[in-house]
Ligand binder design. Structure first.
Ligand code: GLU
Length: 468
């Protein structure tokens, strides 16, 4: 039993060129489970498909994990590099009788299947070499096959799915080592997981049937079977299997859309796992709460509204310093210019206002546009209508009035109010030309917040630019 050993989990992606949102969630679950228990979280790149396994494809996965804030222990393990060890184990299984040499050719196997089909029998291949006397072995290439039990059942005790029973007559003697000496994927996974000391395998339920066959390899070697937890795959908004037509499936697309990593961790943790009614939580809580019984059996659906909500919460909660870093990362990720020192100072000044409302980083930057733009401020057409002659006159008066007042909200408000009253206009009416002059836009934070963030000199210069 593996229950009492320190927890070791792993994420074992095949390099596909990017980190899929489902893979990111699998990685997160494994990370939370291990880190929440003082265990290890390992990474194995299943790079046996040489054509797809480019360094760039691996790099994309590491980059995705790093962006998400998931750190792993030790260097990533390359499955391909372990091929000698995989072969060695297959030979050990030959020696202990849990595997056998099969000399059947592809043509013979095909002929077997055709006959079986014609006779209405199962087409699962039954090798004639399973019980053959080694004295009868030909001088010919062979594969090494698992000697799987033919009778009875194999039960996968899954922490999510419960006991899942497979009739052994449905599981054939799978190939462990091909005739060219290369291991099969199914075999390599078991050897790697055993050698890496993995105690808990948390992965998508598309691997559930594999678990039954992999379990037989563990048994063949007399190895401890890890705890399996097969999690339902993520579905799209319509309840169908997630695909590109539902929207972004690559984690990098979410990063580029400006969802902070902390929000993605929270959102992904809730995709298929729950802790009571808790929807919004931080890493410390997730690490404390995450467990296998909280994983549901029904597929979780992507819900972009919920993601926005979670994202808004995390942006609002984030310390300013971290948020500035997220913004810098986001700009880098999307190929935009980094912020200059003046932009940083102004954005920092308005950040408490912006972060209370924004749901994504681009939405935050959009509201903070006035702090990032420079004079002369470009005035959008919609905002231009607020700058008629009367309004320009008001801006001139205000510029004069604000020369000497102290730069605090009460005084700014009082000055604007006074001038408004002089013209029989409320603050609301005064605000439109001020927004236009300060930001060039009609939708902005409050004009006084903008003035405070910009400071006296810049505010007056922007007002002066538009004053008539
Ligand atoms: N490489 C497999 C995949 O990307 C995962 C295998 C496993 O977790 O056992 O789907």
């Amino acid at each position: 039993m593996t229950e009492n050993r320190p927890v070791v989990t792993r994420f074992a992606p095949s390099p596909t060129g990017y980190l899929h949102i489902g893979g990111a969630r699998t990685a997160l679950f494994n990370w939370l489970y291990a880190r929440g228990r003082g265990g290890k979280f390992l990474l194995r790149i299943e790079d046996t498909d040489r054509a797809r396994s480019t360094p760039e494809a691996t790099e994309a996965i590491l980059k995705g994990l790093t962006w998400l804030g998931l750190d792993w222990d030790g260097a990533p393990v390359s499955q391909f590099e372990g091929r000698d060890r995989h072969a060695e184990v297959a030979r050990e299984m030959l020696a202990n009788g849990s595997a056998y040499k099969c000399f059947s050719t592809p043509e013979e196997i095909e002929a077997f299947r055709e006959t079986a089909r014609a006779e209405g029998r199962s087409t699962l291949f039954l090798s004639p070499w399973r019980d053959a006397d080694p004295a009868t072995y030909p001088e010919a290439p062979y594969v090494i096959r698992l000697r799987a039990p033919r009778e009875g059942q194999t039960v996968v005790r899954d922490a999510v799915q419960g006991d899942v029973t497979f009739g052994n007559d449905q599981l054939d003697d799978m190939i462990l080592l091909r005739s060219d000496g290369t291991p099969t994927y199914m075999h390599a996974v078991v050897v790697d997981d055993h050698d890496m000391g993995v105690t808990h395998i948390i992965r998508g339920d598309d691997h559930l049937t594999n678990a039954a066959r992999q379990q037989q390899v563990y048994q063949g070697m007399g190895w401890d079977i890890p705890v399996f937890a097969h999690i339902p795959l993520i579905h799209g908004t319509d309840g169908k299997k997630l695909s590109k037509r539902h929207g972004a499936v690559g984690l990098h697309e979410y990063a580029a859309a400006g969802y902070p990593a902390a929000a993605m961790r929270n959102y992904l943790a809730r995709l298929g796992w729950s802790h009571g009614d808790d929807e919004l939580f931080d890493d410390a809580q997730a690490l404390e709460w995450f467990d296998l019984p909280g994983i549901g059996k029904a597929p979780a659906r992507l819900d972009f509204k919920k993601l926005e909500h979670v994202s808004g919460y995390h942006i609002g909660q984030m310390p300013d310093e971290d948020l500035m870093q997220e913004i810098a990362d986001y700009l880098g990720e999307t190929g935009q210019n980094p912020l200059g020192p003046v932009q940083i100072t102004r954005l920092q000044a308005i950040l408490p206002v912006l972060k209370a409302k924004a749901k994504t980083l681009p939405a935050l930057l959009e509201q903070g546009h006035f702090a990032l733009t420079e004079r002369p401020v470009q005035i959008e057409e919609k905002a231009l209508t607020a700058l008629d002659t009367v309004s320009r006159g008001i801006l001139a008066e205000l510029t004069a009035a604000l020369q000497h007042d102290s730069w605090i909200r009460e005084d700014l408000e009082a000055a604007a109010k006074l001038i408004g009253e002089r013209h029989g206009l409320g603050l609301g009416k005064i605000a439109a030309p001020l927004r236009a002059a300060l930001a060039g836009r009609s939708s902005t934070p409050s004009v006084f917040d903008m003035m405070l963030a910009l400071g006296r000199e810049e505010t007056l210069a922007r007002l002066q630019d538009q004053a008539g």
